[in-house]
Design a binder for this molecule. Structure first.
Ligand code: NZQ
Ligand code: ZN
Length: 388
């Protein structure tokens, strides 16, 4: 049964190869001092940095540069960004980059006016912000996380070996996001496919839960088919604008809160992947790819009807004369062969995980109860061993 829910997503999107010009419409709505958040320099290589600086200047903004946001942003970087924002009394945070920059901007936004320690408050105690929130806008250059239209913000604490996401409410979501597929063309293939798998898995996490007849699951199947279709075109020809734009749009819809409405969700692949990330600092999408098949093969028997439907609807497996289990297994085999075609990491050892880390990774894996089977610690260890 479709449960009770509310739905509201306040982020305004500008999509397409001319979308950057709309920054001129958005900037006047916010104060004078803008903290420009970006990563290790890819935006300079593609010429986007110069374009953004010109637009900020034309709009009379004072620019406070906050460069060097690393993939999997750290708590130290967060504290540095907060100090910078306080010192310069910033009015607006403009993130230009991928999920790491967007997530980081949201974390800074709820911490600038907060007296508490942000890591402890938001990522350990999962409290909501009570302070003034500095507004955030995003210009996306890497597609996958959905951070451009959600309240998610993932921060890594290497000292504590924890990578934790807080899903903030509407008040923290970006005020606007600019989605120009052209900017994603320069992504190295490894980043592109990691992002593609991140999208696919976001959909799986929301799909593999519940037994009901839910509209969200039909939307999820359509999104998965679109991602698989476009991904195969994009790996052959990364310059294919149509495929890259479909991937970008699917990423946003995969995790902008729509397809989880009225249903339960799983998220165990992310819990496993994030803990692997805390130990290895590996690319997010790759950590998910490496643990997915052992996880799904473990829980498949507890949600057989859905895994059969996944095989038939997403992978066009013909079920005639086969048991439900055979059909479900064929679906996962088709998914595996697609993952290999993309060149995804299929083991956590290739991401730097070693046998002696398994106990700690299992310890750092949050156990959630929305999926078809609540995992035991032993099952988590078993899945991690199968992922080696
Ligand atoms: O730092 P630069 O030089 O910009 O290079 C980046 C970075 O090295 C590069 N890149 C980005 N755009 C590029 C480009 N290189 C060439 N051309 C371009 N156009 O790509 C690398 C990865 O960027 P990053 O932002 O780290 O990737 P992604 O978008 O996958 O973000 C990953 C972070 O998001 C979190 C992950 O855990 C991870 O910390 N997530 C956030 C979620 C959310 N907000 O809801 C959900 C996700 O499940 C995920 O957990
Ligand atoms: Zn993800």
């Amino acid at each position: 049964m479709l449960g009770n829910f509310s739905y509201h997503n306040p982020t305004k999107l500008y999509f397409g190869d001319e979308s950057l010009k709309y920054l001129n419409e958005e900037l006047p709505k916010y104060g004078k001092t803008v903290q420009l958040i970006y990563g290790g320099g890819s935006i300079k290589k593609i010429g986007l940095y110069d374009e953004i600086i010109a637009i900020l200047k034309a709009n009379g903004k004072t620019i406070v540069e906050d460069a060097g946001v690393m993939p999997n942003p750290t708590v130290e970087k967060l504290n540095e960004g907060v100090r910078l924002a306080r010192k310069n009394k910033v009015d607006f945070l403009l993130a230009v980059g991928g999920g790491s920059c967007c997530d980081y901007a949201k974390a800074v936004s709820v911490s600038v006016h907060c007296d508490d320690d942000p890591w402890e408050k938001y990522y350990i105690r999962f409290e909501e912000p009570e302070c003034e929130i500095v507004p955030v806008g995003c210009v996306l250059t890497m597609t996958g996380t959905g951070s451009e239209m959600n309240g998610g913000s993932v921060i890594t604490n290497h000292e504590q070996k924890l990578k934790i996401g807080h899903v903030f409410g509407d008040n923290v979501m970006p005020k606007f996001s600019i989605l120009n597929p052209k900017y994603t063309i320069s992504l190295p293939k490894r980043q592109m496919v990691a992002g593609i798998y991140d999208i696919f898995n976001h959909i799986c996490e929301q799909y593999f839960s519940g037994e009901d007849d839910n509209t969200s699951d039909y939307i999820a199947e359509a999104l998965m088919k679109s991602v698989v279709h476009s991904s195969l075109i994009a790996v052959e020809n990364p310059n294919d604008y149509e495929a890259r734009s479909n991937i970008m749009w699917a990423a946003t819809w995969a995790l902008n809160t729509l397809i989880s409405r009225g249903k339960t969700t799983d998220w165990m692949v992310h819990m496993l992947g994030q803990s692997v990330g805390a130990y290895t600092d590996a690319t997010h999408g790759m950590t998910l790819a490496a643990v997915s098949l052992p996880y799904y093969r473990t829980i498949m028997h507890f949600g057989l009807k859905k895994f059969k439907r996944f095989a038939e609807e997403v992978w066009c497996v013909c079920s005639e004369g086969k048991t439900d289990e055979e059909v479900a297994n064929e679906g996962l085999a088709a998914m595996e062969s697609w993952m290999k075609k993309l060149g995804l990491a299929m083991t956590i050892s290739e991401l730097g995980a070693t046998e002696d880390m398994i106990e700690g990774i299992a310890e750092g894996t949050f156990i959630l109860d929305g999926g078809y089977k609540v995992l035991t610690k032993e099952e988590i260890i078993d899945i991690l061993k199968q992922s080696m």
